[in-house]
Design a protein around this ligand. Structure first.
Ligand code: FEO
Ligand code: CA
Ligand code: CA
Length: 662
């Protein structure tokens, strides 16, 4: 079904539609730092350069201090029909929390043939995405007890329900779908090397597409937020399409509303001169019926009846996992777009910087910087921090510099004459404000996250097969490949490593794809040594600052399942990207999350069996039964050591090109 906004993985051509070769584009940006001074710089065929590197130290004792510590044996991606998990030798991967698992003592057991909304609202939701581990007790760095906060991005009703008819759901099915969306908070614990969830955990709870929520910040309660059911503009029902998320320094989770537009219908029924129609068009609200047809049963999903309801979605929503009574708050100061996620870091000034991306083709990268200062001593003092500050949108200049452009009412073009009469207007129409400021149109920004070790910020650009096609924007230095099917990763360095800065430098870190393809780039590392990767989506870091990347689609030509990859970002192994985990048929891998001591790694297996249906399944994971069940997996080394470190990957295998100027 067409519920995903994921692009076809079309084959990349090496020449853009704008007369400039791919190599000239990339060399313009990469050569300066990565190639010019290297042995292969003089070669015009930098992407097919032979290995001219050397082997590094022969034993771990001789490894340089900045070695990654990644000793796991590289695995290969499994063929697409394979329906089991694969990890390197000496690792164990165990699903321990599945769609439908009861989260309270009174909740019914999962029964695929007797699904009800009331049951689902007390059970683990569908399509797990973000995974956040929050230690228990609060304020500790426990790695064996915590709250798991998990997003449930969307539903696959044709896999969930026996007899689902596309375009004609029953109300009972729709109600289960509403309850299967949202967020779960679940207490988990480690005993005898195994993670289990505690059905009696007092903090366990579900947030769904109908849970009471509120809003704060400049757009909250504005006229845009008012509906026939809510004249205050502050009483909102639910959260939708929660994709990735971030943990705040004060231990809350801010969950992202991504492709919210797809739940609404009938924008085409609004009058052509109704300004709301154009506002919804810019965010992709369907002209006619939605695919899901929720509007058949609930007027709020029909914009011809409730034109403002979509303005109450597309936000970053703060949840306090430790407080079951906390009412989730949509923090409007961070902006409204298809939030992939937002991630948090405390700047040297004490202000909190919030990085986020709008995951759609030719959309933008954002940063919000709080006005107030983080208070590490008084937790609740931080709960208003996200309501005041400056939202910026990124411009990536071709020379490797960049600017954070403020989205402030009254500044520059953001005036009443241009349709922005207040800061609420700027925030509700964040995309339009970014257009006027000349922000850089990116190749689908997914996760963006600051590395706590080297302070650089990594941006996963998942793909953009429309780049350079027809009337769409052509390549630029930050989005250098036409018809970008495989995605890339940008490394952003704030000026003076100051996360509150308004300028930055940037470079391409990875150009993803099959390493055999000439248009890939692995931070200069020889392609013989790296794994194929495409569509980078969620990212995280281990305690050594190594970047871990999960994928949403592998190179189309390879016909392999999605996976998880690790790549050092500094030292002699910078760019040595290797596959650690391979998933099951039809799934994508989401939410990689380490415990504080790196001895456990959680991943979410989203949409196992996508491409099949209940009647014609392509996956029966994890239990060998229909329907397959999206689940959380815990990965541990058999000896309980740091995940990624254990293994016999030999230093002599680490052949690399000397990376000068690093
Ligand atoms: Fe929900 Fe952009 O992935
Ligand atoms: Ca994602
Ligand atoms: Ca995705």
């Amino acid at each position: 079904m067409g519920f995903l906004d994921h692009d076809d993985h079309e084959k990349v051509r090496s020449t853009s539609g704008h007369g400039e070769t791919f190599q000239s584009i990339v060399e313009r940006r990469l050569s300066r730092r990565s190639f010019l001074k290297s042995a292969v710089a003089a070669s015009a065929i930098v992407f097919a350069a032979p290995v001219v590197g050397r082997t590094i130290a022969q034993t771990d004792d001789e490894l340089p201090a900045d070695a990654s510590g990644l000793g796991f044996e590289t695995i290969a991606g499994q063929p697409k029909e394979n329906d089991s998990l694969l990890v390197p030798p000496s690792y164990v991967a165990v699903p321990f929390l599945r769609w439908g698992d009861p989260l309270t003592p009174d909740a019914p057991e999962f029964d695929a043939d007797n699904q009800t909304a009331a049951a689902q609202a007390q059970q683990f939701g569908y399509n797990c995405d973000f995974v956040g581990f929050l230690p228990l007790p609060l304020g500790t760095d426990s790695s064996d007890s915590g709250l798991l906060v998990v997003n449930h991005e969307y539903t696959n009703p044709d896999i969930m329900f026996d007899g689902y008819v596309e375009g004609a759901p029953t109300q009972a099915q729709v109600d289960v779908e509403l309850a299967a969306h949202g967020v779960s908070v679940v207490q988990i614990g480690l005993a005898n090397d195994s993670w289990t969830y505690d059905r009696t955990g007092t903090a366990n709870r579900r947030y769904t597409a109908t849970s009471p929520m509120t809003a704060s910040g400049p757009a909250a309660g504005s006229d845009w937020f008012k509906t026939s059911a809510d004249e205050t503009g502050l009483n909102i029902l639910g959260t939708l399409n929660n994709c990735a998320a971030g943990k705040t320094p004060w231990g809350t989770v801010v969950t992202a509303e991504e492709n919210f537009h797809q739940y609404f219908a009938n924008n085409g029924l609004l009058e052509d001169d109704d300004p709301i129609k154009a506002m919804h068009d810019r965010y992709g609200v369907p002209e006619e019926a939605s695919d899901r047809r929720w509007e058949n049963f609930y007027d709020r999903f029909d914009v011809s009846k409730e034109p403002n309801e979509p303005f109450r979605f597309g936000w970053a929503v703060e949840i306090d996992p430790y407080d079951p009574d906390f009412v989730p708050v949509k923090r409007t100061a961070i902006g409204r777009y298809r939030h992939e996620a937002q991630t948090f870091v405390v700047a040297d000034s004490g202000q909190v910087a919030v990085y986020s991306g709008d995951d759609a083709r030719f959309e933008y990268v954002y940063k919000f910087v709080t006005s107030g200062i983080y208070n590490p001593d008084y937790r609740t003092a931080n709960l208003g921090l996200l309501d005041e500050g400056i939202l910026y949108v990124a411009r990536f200049n071709d020379d490797g510099t960049g600017d954070w452009l403020p989205l402030l009412h009254g500044e520059g073009p953001l005036t009443e004459e241009n349709g922005f009469a207040s800061q609420a207007d700027v925030l509700v129409k964040t995309r339009q404000a970014g257009d006027l400021l000349g922000a850089t149109k990116m190749d689908r920004p997914e996760d963006i996250e600051p590395n706590p070790v080297n302070k650089k910020v990594y941006i996963a650009l998942t793909n953009n097969t429309n780049r350079g096609v027809d009337d769409n924007p052509g390549v630029d230095a930050a989005n250098p490949r036409p018809e970008n099917a495989n995605g890339h990763i940008i490394e952003l360095t704030e000026t003076d490593d100051n996360h509150a800065a308004t300028t930055f430098a940037w470079e391409i870190f990875l150009l993803c794809g099959d390493p055999e393809d000439e248009d890939t780039f692995f931070a200069g590392f020889p392609k013989e040594n790296v794994s194929a990767i495409a569509n980078p989506d969620n990212i995280t870091f281990d305690n050594k600052g190594n970047l871990w990347i999960s994928t949403d689609g592998q190179p189309r030509t390879l016909e392999i399942n999605d996976g998880l990859f690790a790549v050092p970002v500094s030292g002699p192994e910078r760019g040595l990207l290797r596959q650690f985990f391979s998933s099951v048929a039809g799934s994508e891998v989401c939410g990689p999350e380490f415990t504080p001591d790196d001895t456990s790694l959680f991943v979410a297996i989203q949409h196992p069996g996508e491409g099949g249906t209940f009647a014609e399944p392509v996956s029966t994971w994890p239990d060998g039964e229909v329907p397959p069940r999206p689940s959380i997996v815990a990965i541990r080394a058999a000896n309980g050591g740091r995940v990624g470190e254990e293994g016999d990957f030999q230093p002599t295998q680490r052949v690399y090109l000397p990376m000068i100027n690093r």
